[in-house]
Ligand binder design. Structure first.
Ligand code: SAM
Ligand code: DTB
Ligand code: SF4
Length: 329
């Protein structure tokens, strides 16, 4: 499908503010033009290094400065990661995303170990995704050479709201890493979070930034805040379902070839609510009973939901065709 990367903010606003059912209908129509629209890509997450992060992301239970009671651990062994990868694969995941509570990657023995993990998990036939914080171009290239398929690095919110949520790095730092990732020919996974206390305007601005990137992100995770006790956002209310649906539908319309992932927050959503998100064009989830540190529906619950909704898990790119890389018009 032709994609457009010169959306104006007014166009984004017009789409986002469409009456809900018209918006869902429009997004679903686009989604159904994609071959295999009934397939949902399943990713599993492993927190390979947990907690103790020096950043101040106000949503994050892993920031050292907040008392969230999570159990911090240093970098996992390669063997342990392989064990977890085998379980994820047996449960139908096509992608394994390894997350580290790092501000940025350093060129040290820990990074060498991550490269080994990437190579081993890749050899197991899973698409490997990493999310390790900021990266240089050289580090991105090393990940690519080791067999990494995708890199997740979210812009999280609008550039205008960014400073209210994180002060220890800038929006431009994020964009810089994303450029390094794209240049190294890694698949780009980039989205954000709703429920941070942002306005609708911020949500539209965030989608505008994503959909006017020179090349659209190959996958776009839309996370609903998991409000964790001890973080500055602990009192935030659960995000309303119409906001999630609007975000997903608008993302689907703006970035028709991208995978849109219904990400964090599913544990607090009913099947009916999730069904609206799939209808609106979400075609990926994180599966497995834990995200990085917070609960998520277990595999059996999700497979039951897939059965109810007539959805099927998508095969890994190695077994099927490669993820369509978003192309510019
Ligand atoms: N430390 C790396 C970084 O910040 O890029 C990688 C891991 S970080 C946990 C990955 C992403 O998870 C964040 O950018 C954010 O979008 C999402 N995230 C973290 N905590 C969350 C929460 N409580 N609710 C929803 N999404 C969250
Ligand atoms: C993304 O966009 N969401 C995932 C993944 N990328 C790394 C992380 C969600 C984390 C939710 C909070 C937690 O479990 O710690
Ligand atoms: Fe650290 Fe990433 Fe959490 Fe921010 S989101 S505190 S960088 S682990």
């Amino acid at each position: 499908m032709q994609v457009k990367t010169n959306w104006t903010l007014d166009e984004v606003k017009e789409i986002y503010n469409t009456p809900l059912f018209d918006l869902i209908f429009r997004a679903a129509t686009i989604h159904r033009q994609n071959k295999n629209y009934g397939e949902v890509q399943i990713s599993s997450l492993i927190s390979i290094k947990t907690g103790g992060c020096k950043e101040d992301c106000s949503y994050c239970p892993q920031a050292a400065r907040y008392s969230t009671g999570i159990e911090a651990h240093s970098l996992m062994t390669v063997e342990k990661v392989k064990e977890r990868a085998a379980i994820a694969k047996a449960n139908g995941s096509s992608r394994l995303c390894m997350g580290a509570a790092w501000r940025e990657v350093r060129d040290n023995s820990d990074f060498d170990r991550v490269l080994e993990m990437v190579s081993e998990v890749n050899d197991m036939g899973l698409e490997v995704c990493c999310t390790l914080g900021m990266l240089t171009y050289e580090q991105a290239e090393k990940l690519k050479e080791a067999g990494c398929f995708a890199y997740n690095h979210n812009i999280d919110t609008s550039s205008e709201n960014y400073g209210n949520i994180i002060t220890t790095r800038t929006f431009d730092d994020r964009i810089n890493t994303l450029n390094n990732v794209r240049k190294a020919k890694l698949s780009v996974c980039c989205g954000g979070i709703v429920g941070l206390g942002e306005t609708d305007e911020d949500r539209m601005n965030m989608l505008h930034t994503l959909s006017t990137m020179e090349v659209h992100p190959d996958s776009v995770p839309i996370n609903a805040l998991v409000a964790v006790e001890g973080t500055p956002l602990q009192e935030n209310k659960k995000v309303e379902i119409d906001v999630m649906v609007r975000m997903i539908a608008t993302a689907r319309i703006l970035m028709p070839n991208s995978v849109v992932r219904l990400s964090a927050g599913r544990n607090e959503m009913s099947i009916a609510e999730q069904a609206m998100c799939f209808m609106a064009g979400a075609n990926s989830i994180f599966a497995g009973e834990k995200l990085l540190t917070t609960p998520n529906p277990d595999f059996d619950t999700d497979m039951q939901m897939f059965k109810t909704l007539g959805l099927t898990p998508r095969k890994a790119f190695k077994d099927a065709e490669k993820e369509t890389l978003a192309t510019t018009s």
